[in-house]
Each structure stands twice: as C-alpha cells, then as structure tokens.
Design a protein around this ligand. Sequence first.
Ligand code: ADP
Ligand code: MG
Length: 296
Amino acid sequence: MKNFFTLMILLTTVLLTGCTSTVERTEIFMGTVVTLKANGLNAQAAVDESFHAIAELERNISADVAKIEAADAFVDVSPDVYKILETAQIFSELTNGAFDVTVGAAVDLWAVGTDKPRVPTSDELAAVKNFVGHERLHLRGGKVHLDSGVKLNLGGIGKGYGVDIVRKIFASHNITDGLIDFGTSTIFAVGRKKIGIKNPREVDKLSAVVEIENSALSTSGDGEKFFVANGRRYSHIIDPKTCAPVEGENFSVTVVVDGSHELCATVADILSTAAVVNRKRVEEILSQQKIPGRVL
Ligand code: ADP
Ligand code: MG
C-alpha cells in the first residue's frame, strides 16, 4: 500500500511537471515587436489566447478610430476602445493636458517617425491648433463623438492597454512567471524581473537595469523616433499646447506602476509620454499617491 502511494505521488509529479512549459513567441503588432514569455502549466494556452486578443484589439482600434473620425454624430465603439478613450480623458485632465489623444492632426503635420518629417509653416501650426484639445472629444454611455476635423492618435496608450489585456489573460491561466514586452518600451513583469532601459542616444546600449515585480514599466523619449532640422532635434511627442514636438537633448523618462492598479500598463504608457511634456506634473501625480507608481 505504501509503495502504491509513493508510486501515485511520483506519477502525479511527473504528469504535472511534464505539462509545465516555458513558451516564448514574438510577433509584430501595433507597429511594434511584441514578445510574450510565459512559464507554467497553461503557458501555451495563455500565449495563444493573448496573441488572438492583441490582434482583435488592433482591429478594433483601427476600425473604431476610422468610424469616429468619419461620423458627425455619436457612434458606438467596442468596449476596449471606449475604455482607452475614457482613461485617456481622465489623464488629460490629471496631466493638465500633457497627455492628449486628440493630438492626431499635429502628429500628422510634423510626421516625425515617418520618411517625410518636416517643420510646418507658422500658418499651418496656427491652423492645426483648432483641431487639437481633449475638450473636442466627447464620450457618453459607450458612444463617442469627435468634433469635425479632429484626429485621434492612440500611439501613446494602445500598447499599454494591450499589455493590460495580456496580463489579465496570463492571470486567468495562473501564470506567475513571465514577461509581456511591447517593443521594449511598455513591459509588464509577471513575477520578479530585471528590465534593461535603453540609452536614448545609443539605443542598442542600456542606460540602466531595474528590477520590478508584478509591475508595469514604460519608457518614452527621443531615442528612436526623432528628426533633426536646422540644428534642432524634434521628438515624436507633441506638446498639445503648442502643437509642436518636444525638443531637447538626450531625454528618456521611465515610469513604473504597480500591478495593483487594474490598468497599470495603460497608466505607465500614458504617464511616460506625459512626462516628456511635463515631468513635474507627472511626479506630482505620483507623489500624491493618486497612482501607485514612480518616475525613474
Ligand atoms: P512609443 O510609442 O515610441 O513607445 P510613447 O508611448 O511615448 O512612445 O508614444 C508616443 C506616441 O504617442 C507618438 O508617436 C504619437 O503617436 C503619440 N503622441 C505624441 N504626443 C502625444 C501626447 N502629448 N499625448 C498623447 N499621445 C501623444
Ligand atoms: Mg506612452
């Protein structure tokens, strides 16, 4: 009998460890390299389900943004896009306008990060200001309306929201060890992980390594997307007040938000972008403990 139990325990252990696996997969989504790593019994299912969900999110974002911009009345959008826009609006208020998803027309005008960036004329700059401002975006009971001519740009929030979707899927599969990495700029560490922060000037080198646990980390800066004209270096992040890119040398801001916040990666993504425009305000928000996080 004793031998029988020993055998059963042995068999169960073999079966359990036999199913435990580490899965790592990389795909391109939302214009970036998404790498998901999971370790655990349901690692394969967690990773597969996550990539399906990211693909769906990407489809919903492009379909809904096109629909909102084309309509001249309130339109229905997917619950995810509504949540993204609702969160964006809360943080536009909180950051005194430093973060603003209605910067689309200004982003398009400067075209930083495309193969045709340019410094617009002062007339063009004056004109574009009429189409930027979070008060031009209206949300009501799942429906969205945008003032005519205003363009949405979810480049500073979509990846963070994608990370949050994946982290919930990982949790539902009991993954306690893994990494959710959207382009190395927005990351969630499942368990304790060391994360390398890229040097803004030499992006293949790391400027720091931080250790985080069940937290989201997001870095924004002028490291990869920028252009130089007349000796000035323009980043891809726009100050919504001036509708011009943030200028400067060698800057990069990293924000860490604790996993106890249900949208920690979305918030980290928002705040790292916002901190490029107004670092002081983001530090204030975090020190007032409105959000469980820190600026590095
Ligand atoms: P990355 O996408 O390189 O990780 P960010 O998360 O900082 O960088 O997002 C920057 C992107 O967000 C820009 O490329 C643009 O699409 C959009 N954006 C630019 N300025 C703002 C702003 N003030 N508020 C919100 N989104 C912005
Ligand atoms: Mg961001």
